[in-house]
Every structure is written in structure tokens, then in C-alpha cells.
Design a protein around this ligand. Sequence first.
Ligand code: OFO
Length: 167
Amino acid sequence: MISKEIEKALNNQISLEGYASHLYLSMAAWCDRQGLEGCKSFLMDQSDEERFHMLKIYEYMSEVDGHARTPKIDQPPEDFKSVKSLFELLYEHEQKVTQSIHDLVDLAYSEKDYTTLNFLQWYVEEQREEEDMARSILDKINLIGDSPQSLYFIDIELEKISGDSSD
Ligand code: OFO
């Protein structure tokens, strides 16, 4: 059993994860239009992961007698100024999700809801990894620039990351 407050906050998280999944899908489609196959497959994988994060909360809600709501998802942007600005936006979104997870942890802690606290630990770790990955992609872009030649190498690099994470 969870409190109404926790239920509301978890539904908000479902909504954020659902939006992230849509946003990354939209980013993948943009990369596809630029001929960046590696970036596209990396972002398609990220989109799937975000959907999984959303569904994991649905499952948890069902186990603790909560009511998981299916969120209305806003239209994400479809055009991006550059690959660099796309990854800056991705990193920004990940930071927002991390903040929301930390707020949820605070709430669960203040309610002494140890079951939800325990459930959220997985997300705390996942966000640390995702922020780290987004930062390292941005570091690479900053290092070699985003001229067409540099993008060729960034694309190969992201293809590798998406291949590694699906092993
Ligand atoms: Fe759901 O981990 Fe990113 O946002």
C-alpha cells in the first residue's frame, strides 16, 4: 500500500519517462533524416529504455495497490539545430529526470515508505549512469567539434555504444 502523495509522484514519474521515450524517438527520427545511422540507433535504444523505465513503475504500482495512470504525452520537438544541441537537450532532460527521482526519494523518506525507497534505488543508479553517458558524449563532441567530418566519427562511436548496450 502506498500513500496518495507517493502515488501522485510516481504517476508524474511515469509521465516524465514516457516523455523521454517520445523525445528520444523524435531525436532518432531527426538523426535518420541527417543520415546519422549510429546516432539514430543509439537514440532508438534510449527510447526503448525509457519506455522500460515507465513500465517498471506501472508494475510496481500494481504490486503495491496503486493506480498507475497512462499519461498524455506532449509533442516533443522535431527539429534540432545541431547534433551538439540535440545532446545538450538530452543531457538537460536527464538532469530533470534525476531531480524528479531525488524528489521522490525525499518524499518516500519523509513518509518512512521503505518499500518505495528500496524500489527507487534502481532509478538513482540508472540516472547516475545515464547522466554520465550523456556527459561523455558531449565531451567527445566538444573535443572534436561537430563539423561534417567530426560527425562521421561521432556517428561511428554512437553505433558502437548502442551495439555494446544491446549485448
Ligand atoms: Fe529513465 O532514465 Fe533517462 O530519463
